[in-house]
Structure formats: structure tokens, C-alpha cells
Design a protein around this ligand. Structure first.
Ligand code: GMT
Length: 374
């Protein structure tokens, strides 16, 4: 098949999933064309089956902005016609889904479109008044729609009228890349002292990631356990976190790593992962931790209970329950057998339920149905 994948290239779950899917499809011999503003951050491999088409901004003095959606639509038309694509798969509906639809209306070369909803594209950004009707329209016009969790599908069913049947295809993880085998003392020492336990939090540090609970839970934990909080990623809340840590007198126990391209180098060195998000359609970060055999302490919202098996692979709480989370982390960090057992159960669950082979096969089946429907 000749497949176009449209995604956001920046560090984040939707771009990551789109990239891993494209790489997997290319490995199976399909021709995969990524269309994005810059090369997606994980698209480092190259093969004869992989193509990257960058969307160039339209910079004409009359326009006050670079007209990205027009430029993207034009690029989809160009790539579809030049490479005779069989299908275009839009990851994250805004603005990709509408651009793919418009491209289909413009070109003579007919092709079906798939939209994968990742979360904030409908729950937060997509609830924005001016964007809502655009989202509703493009979801309705996609040949097929998929979501990354049952929660997300139900959300769309209850918040959007005129919705067609939606396929749920959970996200997936490569256990050969995310593995406890890659724990490494040198990487560990970049983050913590040898006698400290590592509590890790990976985030784009936006309000919905609830960093306040991360800090409060760590503050309580630190009274009992010699631990270090390692923060991976960057975002608007980072300065506020530094101030909060300073106020609580724990800044010296926190390591700020900033953005890292290879989370898989850092994660296996963690003793526990904390993710108290207010919203999370799936949470790739939790799945990545499970694959690395790291027990998780998280909120219990949205799609998270589809990823975490409570009390087996991790512990779930209401997002603001810092006391509960601190207690759970204390247990994980002070009972090595418990930590090992939970970690192993997490890796096993990742292997059973979220393996790339099955999920890529599900996407391929969805493409074939869309081609039939078109
Ligand atoms: O969580 C974010 O802010 C990033 C966002 C994205 O689009 O990259 O993540 C969403 O998609 C991921 C991949 O499917 C999911 O694992 C995340 O749970 C989802 N985020 C939210 O729903 C808040």
C-alpha cells in the first residue's frame, strides 16, 4: 500500500504513535509518506519505503501568518497525486483531518482518509467554541475514525452528534526498545546520587498534567524515603514548579532534565513513575514505564484504567490525592520485591495487550476497509 501519514512532528504522544506506526508499516514493505512541517522527532531511521515531505510555510507579505493549513492541504494534494497514494491517515484531528478532507475534494485522485483522535484534539482544543464545528465536520467526513482508547470513543459518541462507528486501536510499544535491560549506571548518575531512589515524571508541563500533585506527593514521600524527583520534558509550568519546590525546600532533590529524544535511555533507571494527569486519553508515558518494568503511580482518569492494572502494574488515585500517591510510592520504593513483581507484571501486560504487531495489523485492516468503503 502507498500510505500518507500526517502528524505533528513535535515531542508528544500523537506524533510518536504516528511515527512508530509509519516505521512499522515501512518494515512490512508498505510505502509510507510522512507529511509534516518538520521531520517528526523520532523519524531517524531511513529506508527505501520511507519518505518525508515537509510543508513549506506560505510567506507572502500580504498574509499576517504562514497559512499552515493551506500549505498542508496543498502538500497533501501534491504528494497524493505524485505518489498515487492509496490512503491518507491524519493523526490528531486539528488541523490534519480537515486538510486531508479538503485535499480529497481538490484532487482528481480519489483516496480514503483515516482520522485518529489522540485526546486533546477533541477533549480540550476541540472543545474550543470556534473549532468544535470544524472537528465535528472533519470527523464526520473521514472515511474512518479511530481512537486510542474506549474512553476516547465514548467521549466522541457523547459529545459529537452525527458520529459514525469508531474503531478503537490502542497505542503500542516496542519492548525491544523500551526495556529494563537498558538501565545504565552512567545515565543514572546523570540524574541522581547512587543512594537515592528515582521517582520519574515525564511531561509537556501543561496544567492538565497536574505537576502540583507531583510536587506535593514527592514532598510527602521525601520525609520518609531518600528519593530524587527526575523531571523529563519542558513546558509552560516549569518555572512555577521550581518556585513551588523552592518554597517547600526540596529544590535540591529535584533534577530537571529538559526535553530528551530518547526517553527509553532514562526510564529504565527509574524506581517508580508518577503521572497524576487530569486528562489522558491513553498515556503513552505510563505504557513506556510498564515496558521498562517500572511500577506506576497515576491518576485514574479517562483512558488510564485501560492501560494500568490497578494494584498489579501500578496504583491509581484521584488526580489530587497526593497523600495516597505518596503512600503508594513509599511502598514501591521500600519493598523491593513488590517493586520487581509490579514491574514484571507491567512489562507482561504491555506485551500481551499493546504489542506493535497486533496494532499495526489492526490499522492495516482499517485501511483496507476504508479503501473498500471509498
Ligand atoms: O498529552 C499530551 O498533552 C500530548 C498529546 C498528543 O497529542 O501528543 O497526547 C495525547 O495522545 C497520546 C498518544 O495517543 C496519548 O497517550 C495521551 O494520553 C493524549 N493526551 C491526552 O489525552 C491529554
Amino acid at each position: 500500500m502507498r500510505i500518507g501519514i500526517v502528524c505533528h512532528p513535535s515531542i508528544g504522544g500523537s506524533g510518536l504513535v504516528a511515527t512508530e506506526l509509519g516505521l512499522g508499516l515501512a518494515q512490512l514493505g508498505h510505502e509510507v509518506h510522512f507529511i509534516s512541517s518538520v521531520r517528526p522527532f523520532k523519524l531517524i531511521e531511513d529506508s527505501n519505503h520511507l519518505f518525508f515531505h515537509s510543508v513549506e510555510a506560505i510567506n507572502y507579505p500580504l498574509f499576517s501568518d504562514p497559512l499552515y493549513t493551506f500549505a498542508l492541504t496543498a502538500k497533501i494534494v501534491e504528494v497524493v497525486e505524485q505518489f498515487k497514494l492509496d490512503i491518507v491517515h491524519a493523526h490528531y484531528s486539528i488541523p490534519h483531518s480537515l486538510c486531508a478532507y479538503l485535499a480529497g475534494e481538490i484532487t482528481e485522485h480519489k483516496f480514503p482518509t483515516i482520522t485518529t483522535i489522540h485526546g486533546t484534539d477533541v477533549t480540550i482544543v476541540g472543545q474550543d467554541k470556534p473549532l468544535y464545528p470544524l472537528n465535528r465536520f472533519s470527523i464526520h467526513k473521514s472515511t474512518k475514525v479511530t481512537t486510542v482508547s474506549n474512553y476516547q470513543r465514548n467521549y466522541i459518541y457523547s459529545h459529537f452528534d452525527k458520529t459514525k462507528a469508531i474503531d478503537v486501536i490502542h497505542n503500542f510499544i516496542d519492548l525491544a526498545v523500551f526495556s529494563p535491560e537498558f538501565a545504565n549506571i552512567h545515565t543514572r548518575r546523570k540524574m541522581a546520587f547512587d543512594d537515592e531512589k528515582i521517582v520519574m515524571h515525564v511531561s509537556n508541563f501543561r496544567p492538565l498534567k497536574n505537576s502540583d500533585t507531583v510536587i506535593r506527593a514527592f514532598y510527602i514521600l521525601r520525609k520518609k524515603v531518600k528519593a530524587r524527583l527526575v523531571l523529563l520534558g519542558s513546558g509552560p509550568d516549569i518555572d512555577g514548579i521550581k518556585q513551588q519546590c523552592e518554597k517547600l525546600g526540596i529544590l535540591k532533590h529535584v533534577t530537571f532534565m529538559g526535553d530528551v529524544t530518547h526517553v527509553e535511555h532514562y526510564l529504565p533507571n527509574a524506581d517508580c513513575m508518577i503521572q497524576p494527569s487530569y486528562r489522558e486519553s491513553f498515556s503513552m508515558v505510563l505504557l513506556e514505564a510498564m515496558a521498562c518494568a517500572v511500577p506506576t503511580v497515576s491518576s485514574n482518569v479517562d483512558g488510564i484504567p485501560e492501560v494500568v492494572d490497578n494494584a498489579k502494574t501500578g496504583f491509581m488515585f484521584d488526580p489530587d490525592d497526593a497523600i495516597g500517591m505518596a503512600k503508594a510510592m513509599t511502598q514501591i520504593l521500600t519493598e523491593p520485591q513488590k517493586k520487581t513483581k509490579m514491574g514484571q507484571a507491567g512489562r507482561q501486560r504491555a506485551a500481551n495487550l499493546f504489542n506493535p504487531k497486533d496494532k499495526i495489523a489492526q490499522y492495516l485492516a482499517c485501511y483496507l476497509e476504508a479503501i473498500d468503503d471509498c
